[in-house]
Design a protein around this ligand. Structure first.
Ligand code: GLP
Length: 256
């Protein structure tokens, strides 16, 4: 795994956005895996700016989001569909029909999960998957204890995740308890992964994910098995990394 330490959130967003922009320019019909949460917002802002100012073209891109709350429809202001529309899709020239977010209102969620997997396969698989990380080391909504071979499934959120995400709702009681999420097995099939983390409250999760044992107790640790993952971590989130000096040394000594 390549680990890039940046000074702060803005620098993390800048590096992350550049990777996505380069990938999209190299392959206009790219299949992008997208994430929600506060962490990737800076990247989406930069993608919108690149579209407006430099003509970054999304017209042929296909997107698949990691997850969606069960029970929230696209019109709910806290649904992940509505987040993606507001932060990215409404401001670039992506074809909405090519953007996919699991359907939180699916009548048969299990069938919908299987169909989501099929759609990803039919699109040719995900080229670049953007990921944030939860304080308990989850990626997407793969909470501790989730099989590292899991596919898209309905997940029960932990109490901690519900509390963490309550800041977006009027109160914790309104946070859905379930979500449809890509599984760890699904995520590991993406050709390239980009893990983003910022802030001191993510430092233990980052340490466990990047340097801890590969375990379902920290589902992000499965990325250690992925052959092409880049983690971009700001200094606060990197503070507990044992190999911090080595990651910096590697950054200074890149092969041309
Ligand atoms: C949610 C999302 C994750 C995200 C995590 C962290 O649980 N399902 O995809 O990585 O929150 O969010 P934030 O970036 O706001 O810290």
């Amino acid at each position: 795994m390549e680990v890039i330490i940046t000074q702060d959130y803005d620098a993390m967003s800048e590096r992350g956005a550049q990777i996505v922009i380069d990938a999209l320019r190299n392959r206009p019909d790219i299949v992008l895996g997208l994430a929600t949460g506060s962490t990737p917002e800076g990247i989406y802002e930069r993608l919108v700016a690149a579209h407006r100012n430099d003509g970054l073209d999304f017209s042929q891109a296909v997107t698949f989001n990691l997850d969606e709350y069960v029970g929230l429809g696209p019109d709910h202001d806290q649904s992940y569909r509505s987040f993606m529309n507001a932060k990215l899709f409404n401001h670039v020239n992506v074809d909405v029909a090519r953007t996919h977010v699991p359907d939180g209102l699916a009548v048969d969620p299990a069938a919908h999960c299987a169909q989501y997997e099929r759609m990803i396969r039919q699109a040719g698989g995900i080229d670049l998957q953007v990921l944030g990380i939860g304080r308990d080391g989850h990626i997407a909504f793969n909470e501790p204890g989730t099989s590292l071979g899991s596919r898209t499934h309905v997940a029960c959120l932990t109490r901690q995740t519900v509390e963490d995400n309550a800041r977006f709702f009027d109160d914790a009681a309104q946070v859905p308890r379930f979500a449809i999420t890509m599984g760890i097995g699904t995520i590991l099939e993406a050709r390239t992964c980009l893990l983003l983390a910022c802030g001191a409250n993510k430092a233990p999760a980052v340490r466990a994910a990047l340097e801890g044992p590969i375990t379902s107790m920290t589902t992000a640790s499965a990325l250690q098995l992925h052959p092409d993952t880049t983690a971009i971590v700001d200094e606060a989130a990197a503070a507990e990394l044992e190999l911090l000096d080595y990651y910096r040394w590697q950054q200074e000594n890149r092969l041309a």
